[in-house]
Design a protein around this ligand. Sequence first.
Ligand code: PPS
Length: 570
Amino acid sequence: MGGFKAPHGGELINLYLDAEQSVQEKQAAGDYRNWTLTTRQICDLEMLLNGAFSPLDSFNSKADYDGIVENMRLTSGVLWPMPVTLDIPQSLADELSLGDSLALRDREGVLIATLKIGEMWNPDKQNEAQKVFGTNDIAHPGVAYLFDYTHDVYVSGELKGIAPPDHYDFRHLRHSPAELRDYFVKVGWRRVVAFQTRNPMHRAHIELNRRASAQVEANLLIHPVVGQTKPGDVDHFTRVRCYEHAIKRFPEQTTMLSLLPLAMRMGGPREAVWHAIIRKNYGCTHFIVGRDHAGPGKDSNNQDFYGPYEAQELVQQYQDELDIAMVPFQHMVYVPQRAQYMPDEEVQAPDTKLNISGTEFRRRLREGLEVEEWFSYPEVIAELRKTFPPRSSQGFTVFFTGLSGSGKSTVANALLLKLMEIGGRNVTLLDGDVVRTHLSSELGFSKEHRNLNIERIGYVASEITKHGGIALCAPIAPYATTRRKVREMVETGGGFIEVHISTPLEVCEQRDRKGLYAQARAGKIKQFTGIDDPYEAPENAEVVIDTSELSPDLGAHRVLVKLESMGFIK
Ligand code: PPS
């Protein structure tokens, strides 16, 4: 086993002040500028303070950052593959001087740490993306985060820990690196193999873990990431309940479950090396690297960003420097002739392989279809079904968009009545005019105000959807970006069906039910959609209805048929 040196070895960094110093620093922080940490930053900070990122003792300095980006090394020469930086907006940086301190707080204002600013710089994000992730493609979640959410200034300096971020969920499953090391010593686990995951565990994963721990004669640590994973992943609450079921499938006292508050970057090979270092810090001696480790999915051309075993290759390349041994594993498939799981490439004809892809598995959940016992355990499936009920019992939003007078409200009303006729569901109509009376009475029709109006509608619709209800929205919603944001918001908790009421402007203007077009033409109303304000027509609406060709009744019926075909109503 290559570079494996000593179990539970290596110095652990601890950046927490003692009680007395902590009280003093807390008092001093009253005069510091505050920075409210993002979710990613809270994860990174917790891992820095408790030594999970040892040997890092703060967010990266400029020199360390450059070394990491260019050749995966700190200025000390130590291997470190992933930047861990603190980003703040330019506006805040402009108000700070070197030597000032920042109070780093969580969203409730609780002081987690302070940072005495030694350096501030504007990173070259294009270069960072290219070198760290090997791409500038925004389809890569790490790149998207860097370009869309990372502020423009990085700061570094002396970091002082006050209090670990609070976690109110699964407290019994959370351990610091020191706690896990101590535990392993206490129970006499001299060899510990860690399994990293961001997905629910099914039988393939459990078989892989069994084989890995048997192969290296080690106890097993199931070490799932519960900080930040890939957007769209199963939420960690559901996953942890699944892991708690899964762990019962291992012989008692051989296996442990502990939650890792890491913010993943989905950086494939570099991330695998990073994960290995982190697991060494948690006292593990071995680390499983499977197929497509920390894979970011497909790029904009539908190609894989990294090869399936590239992560294993990079860890192998640095194995001698890593104080933890890799246990490489192939993809596991089910072989029905042998009624067992086997590594993909070990299966030989006439034996055959069975596998259910993630997409197929989600389809079966969505449609309430059977999932065979060879794939997973009934209690794990039951847990997932609670979170992902079939579409027919999920909430959804029908979002009508179109010009004033296009017939949005009329078709939405007709749909409302048809849904009430079917019965059994709670339906709320958020009509444009109604919302402007109740939710957005202070707003006008500037781009900023329209966006705010639509975001409010989206928020209410997403809450209704999450709680299993039906929201019908009928604003003009002229801007594509805002509609996309609403879709993202709603889809986290149920279905989103966009209906473009595409009635042409001439027809809307001819109808002019409220006399607004005449006033807009006469210049008495400004920024009127279609006249002197743009309407960006949807390109991928689920349904398109032109009410100059279709009656409201038939329009509503068309939406109903779509809802049925998508499985949202029975
Ligand atoms: S938006 O753009 O989505 O926020 O608009 P919305 O909330 O749907 O409000 C549209 C209704 O407000 C009336 N109205 C205007 N519409 C467009 N542009 C301007 N400048 C404007 N001023 C007032 C109009 O009656 C719209 O109602 P509908 O039902 O769409 O005809």
